[in-house]
Design a protein around this ligand. Structure first.
Ligand SMILES: [Zn+2]
Length: 455
């Protein structure tokens, strides 16, 4: 870890901070009471949190029972809200697939008489899904975000820079600015002029927090370091994509602070974020239940990889119960954290379910394995990498490289590494590129697999 996470001195921002704090509390949609609740409940014993979850789950299942789609499935599984006696009974409920959401749409998913803001996922996994976010859900999510930021030393109203997956139009930019936050859309950082402006603004006025998609924050960090600049921001929070070691290292160097990891989905909000004391990922359990399961829906053992299921306890407008979000994760060695908080520990994100290379042995090679073997970063020529496996299992690696006499040798090394990992039918091709295209949400996908199977 780098230097301590002390917030940067807020020399110029004090009137902005006071105004932002005032507006945060005054706004009718701002979650003052929920926030106060969460600051207490994070220290509750685990059992008390489980009781809270069970009560919320019963209400959620009761609401879902009024949706014909859920009602039929609950009837088939012979379970109703009143049958949920312990939190383990959750496992009796059927798993909700992404395809169900796509097929049913908002109209087929919504609880009669409910309303909310219409939100949609980015569609990086195929067809986008739509769902409703009721006001109550938004308040809990906002409160959870504010609590997470407070763990990382960024108080309400302190200046932040956010590089978001979601588009930032004029309305979003203004509402962010009111809260003393500069927001921009992650894909825009691929434009060198935007990147340059962002790096200069962070240098001029270091914020209490830089938050955003990991690969875009890496790009910002490199822009600063290439310029010979190191700044001192309060903390850095990475989300939206893997926090690879080379990303983390460059951010620590450039921003002069600790880098924390955050894992969220568009449909459910934050699923887990790092603990400032112990480094594990905590689930904000007051609003979510997270499971990591084998294909048959039973929990995987500690250290094993499974599918992530999320139950969003605060969204009764379009209930998401045991929703398979499309990510895989490794179950934690222990369910509790050393920090003393009762909030459960998540484990580690392994990647999107289809972001794996398939080796000739049948093994799945994840993004972390590829990065650990290739070791891109501040040393050597390799800045970043993307590996594409086509339907015939042939490999193409795209690498961004800085000027170095080792360029060619590094490409040959990468070809050898990929060949050893995957044993493809023909030798891997390694191409130098100026930049790697980002997804519509601004993510750099380290692995793109066109192999159809999903065992
Ligand atoms: Zn902890």
């Amino acid at each position: 870890m780098g230097t301590s996470g002390m917030p940067a001195p807020a020399a110029s921002g004090s009137w902005r901070e006071s105004t932002a704090r005032l507006l945060w509390h005054a706004h009718p949609a701002r979650p003052g009471p929920e926030y106060a609740f969460l600051r207490e409940s994070e220290w509750w014993p685990h059992e008390r949190l489980v009781d809270l979850q069970l009560a919320a789950l019963r209400q959620l299942v009761g609401a879902a029972d009024r949706v014909p789609f859920h009602h039929e499935r609950f009837a088939a599984a012979r379970i109703r809200a009143d049958d949920l006696r312990t939190i383990d009974d959750l496992a009796r409920l059927p798993i909700l697939e992404r395809d169900d959401l796509v097929r049913l749409g908002v109209e087929g998913m919504r609880t009669p008489g409910s309303w909310g803001l219409r939100a949609r996922s980015s569609g990086s996994l195929g067809k986008p899904v739509e769902f409703l976010w009721p006001l109550s859900q938004m308040r809990w999510l906002d409160a959870g975000e504010a609590r997470a930021r407070s763990w990382f030393g960024s108080g309400i109203g302190e200046r932040r820079v956010e590089v978001r997956c979601r588009p930032v139009g004029p309305a979003q930019a203004i509402s962010a600015a009111i809260l003393n936050t500069s927001a921009l859309h992650a894909p825009s950082v691929a434009d060198p002029a935007v990147l340059h402006r962002l790096a200069r603004s962070i240098e001029r006025r270091p914020p209490s927090m830089v938050w955003g998609v990991s690969n875009t924050l890496y790009a910002v960090a490199l822009a600063l370091l290439d310029h010979g600049t190191r700044v001192r921001v309060g903390s850095c929070v990475s989300g939206g994509n893997h926090l690879h070691p080379h990303y983390r290292h460059a951010m620590e160097e450039a921003f002069g602070c600790r880098v924390f990891e955050r894992y969220a989905t568009m449909e459910t909000g934050v699923v887990a974020h790092e603990c400032p004391e112990a480094g594990s990922l905590h689930v904000p359990a007051e609003g979510l239940i997270v499971e990591i399961v084998a294909p048959d829906g039973t929990p995987v053992a500690a250290g094993e990889t499974g599918d992530v299921l999320v139950t969003a306890l605060r969204n009764r407008a379009t209930p998401l119960i045991r929703y398979r979000v499309g990510d895989r994760a490794i179950a934690p060695p222990r369910p509790q954290c050393a920090c003393g908080r009762g909030l459960p520990v998540f484990g580690a994100v392994a990647g999107r379910s289809n972001d794996f290379l398939r080796a000739s042995t049948g093994a799945r090679i994840g993004p972390r394995q590829v990065v650990d073997a290739v070791r891109p970063g501040l040393d050597g020529s390799v800045v970043d990498i993307q590996v594409v496996q086509d339907s015939q299992s042939r490999l193409l690696a795209r690498v961004v490289q800085r000027a170095s006499p080792r360029q060619e040798a590094d490409r040959a090394r990468i070809a050898a590494i990929l060949h050893d990992l995957v044993r493809p039918p023909v030798p891997p091709r390694v191409e130098r590129v100026e930049r790697i295209d980002l997804t519509p949400g601004g993510k750099l996908r380290t692995i793109v697999s066109q192999m159809a199977d999903r065992a």
